[in-house]
Design a protein around this ligand. Sequence first.
Ligand code: ZN
Length: 285
Amino acid sequence: MTLGRVFICPRCKVASNSGCIGSSSEPNLDIFGNHAVRCPSASGGPRTEFWHDPLVLMWERLARFAGYKVGHEARNLVLSAPGLRADFFIPEINMIVDLRTAVTCDKQLCVKAATAPGAAAEAGIADKESKWKAHVDAQGDVFLAIVHEDGGRLSDTAKDLLHRFARHFGISPTDQSMFMSYGLQRLHAISQKGVARLSRALRPVPSGAAHIPSPSLRFGAPIRRPAGSALARMGPPLSSQPLWKTAAISRLSTRPVVVQPLAVPPAAPSPALVAAVALLENVAA
Ligand SMILES: [Zn+2]
């Protein structure tokens, strides 16, 4: 990965030559985003900005779409712990919801998460509930922790909440099914986009003098296509395609297809040939 150079994480400054995670063969720092999602210094920074916050906004949007009123990051909801600030609150059902993003390759969870699907989500729920549940239960409200794993998996609590939204959205199975499809697709897309943006934001940088960005650091993400421009035509140019294919494309296309003849560059005589001709002319003279 490093091509003989040392790379460091721009947030926590861990270096690529700092060994592996625990006793595994996984390096502490990699370029594929494994470190980016579990970087201890990204929490509260890019991890929140790119991954957590867009998910919270999407959940709030889904709640409103289902017909609920939503309070965003309301303060002083918990009487016995005013410092706790939930991601959102649904007054109609007295539900305080806090969202967590969980990493399956976390040092403490990796072995369990590799064999038990949802282990990271369950650990995230346990962590949130230990902080919130007793306080919220004591005042008669409902606390719900919802978790998104980095691979896209939703916690059971999140699926239950989405089903609840769907039932509130419509009575008919068709309405509910439509809501579930929409919600699951939107949440998954936003979660995966967040993980990708986080990985790009925390890509390792060379520790010494180097040309940045290095090709070895690129993740192969395509450059964004300018809005409104046409997609590039794939395959060989029309001029090198057989006539029958060009005719078929021009018949199906809404735009006129202009076939340009292949341009043949003028042949330039080689220096050796020029010298040989000059020699022959000299001999003839
Ligand atoms: Zn880091």
